[in-house]
Design a protein around this ligand. Structure first.
Ligand SMILES: *Cc1c(COP(=O)(O)O)cnc(C)c1O
Length: 399
C-alpha cells in the first residue's frame, strides 16, 4: 500500500474536515493496529470508543461474515430476524421497553429529540418542546444535534438553527433548576462529557437532576453514545448513579465497529411514535444487528464487565501516578474511559504525537486532555506499558 498516494488522493478528493494524523492503518489484531509501514501500535483510541472488542475478534468477524453471506440489507419494509433478536436482547437486559435503530450517535439523538417532542404533542401540550442541554456537551453533527451540542463552534456557521434548545453549565444543579421553564419538555445530558474532555457528572448532580425531572414531569434523556455498552464498567453509565432515564441513546461501541445507533425508551414516552413518524433506510439492517448481537453476547457476560471495571481502575491508578508531574492537571473518568488533563504549558497534541512514535495511540479531547478509550479487551500489561511510556515522555518534558 502506497501511503503517499493515499494522502494525495485524500487531499485532492475528500472535503477537508479532518485534521488527520500522518498515518494509515492496514489491519489490526487484538488490541494492536498495523500501519502501511508494518509498524505496530497498541490502541487506546479504539476508533473513538467504537472498537470495543478490538480487532479480528473471532465471534464478531464470524457474525458479520456469515450474515453478509445470507443478507446484508433488506430495508424496513420487511421483518428482519437479527433486528428483532437485537431489540429483544437490548430491551430484556434493560429498564427500557422499546428501541429504534439508526446508524450513528447523531441519528440516535435526533430520534430521542423527535420522540420527546412527539410525546408532548400526543399529550396535547406541544409547547413543551424545549430541550435543555449542557454547555460543552457533544451530541452530534446533524443540524438538531449540533444545536443541542453546547459548543458554538459546531453550530454557529450553519445558522439558521432549529429552535427550542437551551444550555446550562454542566454539574451546576442550581443553574439547571433555574432554567427549567414550563416549555422545557426534556433535559438531555451525557453522564460523562466525552468530547469536551472526559468530564463526569457528579453523583449528586445527576441524582438531583433525575429527581427534579421526575417531580416536574420532564423527560430525562441520557446520551450514552460514548459511555454505553460497558465502556464505564457497567452496561450503562447511569447505573453508577442508580437512576432511570426515560430515554437513552447508544451508538459507538454497540456493534463493535459496524455503524449503528439505538434509541431506547421506557414508559409512556416509548409509545409516542406511530406509523410513519420516524424511519431509516439502513437503520437496524441485518448486518449491523448481527454484529451488535455478537457484541451484546460479550457485554452480557458479568465477568467481562467486571474486568472492564478492574482494567479501568488499573488505568486510573497508573495515570494518577503521573500526577507527580506538575503539568498533569487532572485525571478523571470511569471504567475504560479516562482523561488526563495537561496544564497549558504542555500541548496534548505534542504528547499524542510522541506516544504515536513510540507505538501507542491516544486520542485528544477538549481542554488539553489526553483521552484513553481502549478496546474493552485491553490487558493490564498493555495498560502498564502505555503508562510507562507516557511517564518517560513526561520525565523528558521540561517546563
Ligand atoms: C460520538 C458522539 C456522538 C455522535 O456520534 P456520531 O456517530 O458521530 O453521530 C453523540 N454523542 C456523544 C456523547 C458522542 O460521544
Amino acid at each position: 500500500m502506497d501511503f503517499e498516494k493515499i494522502k494525495k488522493q485524500e487531499n485532492k478528493y475528500y472535503m477537508p474536515t479532518f485534521n488527520r494524523a500522518n498515518i494509515c492503518f492496514t489491519h489490526g489484531k487484538g488490541n494492536r493496529l498495523y500501519d502501511t509501514a508494518g509498524k505496530e501500535y497498541v490502541d487506546f483510541t479504539a476508533g473513538i470508543a467504537v472498537n470495543c472488542l478490538g480487532y479480528g475478534y473471532p465471534p464478531l468477524v464470524e457474525a458479520v461474515a456469515s450474515q453478509a453471506q445470507k443478507l446484508i440489507h433488506i430495508s424496513n419494509l420487511y421483518y428482519n430476524e437479527p433486528q428483532s433478536q437485537l431489540a429483544e436482547a437490548l430491551i430484556e437486559s434493560s429498564i427500557f421497553s422499546r428501541v429504534f435503530f439508526s446508524n450513528s450517535g447523531a441519528e440516535a439523538n435526533e430520534c430521542a429529540i423527535k420522540l420527546a417532542r412527539k410525546y408532548y404533542v400526543k399529550k396535547g401540550i406541544p409547547n413543551k418542546h424545549r430541550i435543555l442541554c449542557a454547555v460543552d456537551s457533544f451530541h452530534g453533527r446533524t443540524l438538531a444535534t449540533c444545536t443541542a451540542t453546547g459548543q458554538d463552534k459546531y453550530s454557529a456557521p450553519f445558522a439558521p438553527l432549529p429552535e427550542g434548545f437551551s444550555h446550562v453549565p454542566y454539574n451546576d444543579f442550581a443553574a439547571l433548576k433555574d432554567a427549567l421553564t414550563d416549555d422545557v419538555g426534556a433535559v438531555m445530558l451525557e453522564p460523562i462529557q466525552g468530547e469536551s474532555g472526559v468530564v463526569c457528572a457528579s453523583y449528586d448532580y445527576l441524582v438531583n437532576v433525575y429527581a427534579l425531572c421526575k417531580q416536574k414531569g420532564v423527560l430525562l434523556i441520557l446520551d450514552e453514545v460514548q459511555t454505553g455498552v460497558g465502556r464505564t464498567g457497567k452496561r450503562y453509565c447511569f447505573e453508577h448513579y442508580g437512576i432511570q432515564p426515560d430515554i437513552v441513546t447508544l451508538a459507538k461501541g454497540l456493534a463493535g465497529g459496524v455503524p449503528i445507533g439505538a434509541t431506547l425508551a421506557r414508559g409512556e414516552v416509548a409509545e409516542s411514535f406511530a406509523y410513519g413518524d420516524h424511519g431509516s433506510t439502513f437503520g437496524g439492517n441485518p448486518l449491523a444487528c448481527a454484529a451488535a448481537l455478537a457484541v451484546n453476547e460479550k457485554i452480557s457476560d458479568p465477568d467481562f464487565i467486571a474486568r472492564v471495571e478492574s482494567a479501568g481502575q488499573r488505568l486510573q491508578d497508573r495515570l494518577m501516578e503521573l500526577r507527580k508531574y506538575k503539568f498533569v492537571a487532572d485525571v478523571r473518568g470511569k471504567g475504560l474511559m479516562r482523561g488526563l488533563q495537561l496544564s497549558d504549558k504542555v500541548k496534548n497534541a505534542e504528547v499524542i504525537g510522541r506516544m504515536r512514535e513510540k507505538g501507542f495511540l491516544v486520542a485528544s479531547a477538549g481542554r488539553n486532555t489526553l483521552r484513553f478509550v481502549p478496546p474493552l479487551t485491553i490487558t493490564e500489561e498493555e495498560i502498564d506499558a502505555m503508562a510507562k511510556q507516557l511517564g518517560e515522555i513526561f520525565a523528558n518534558t521540561n517546563v
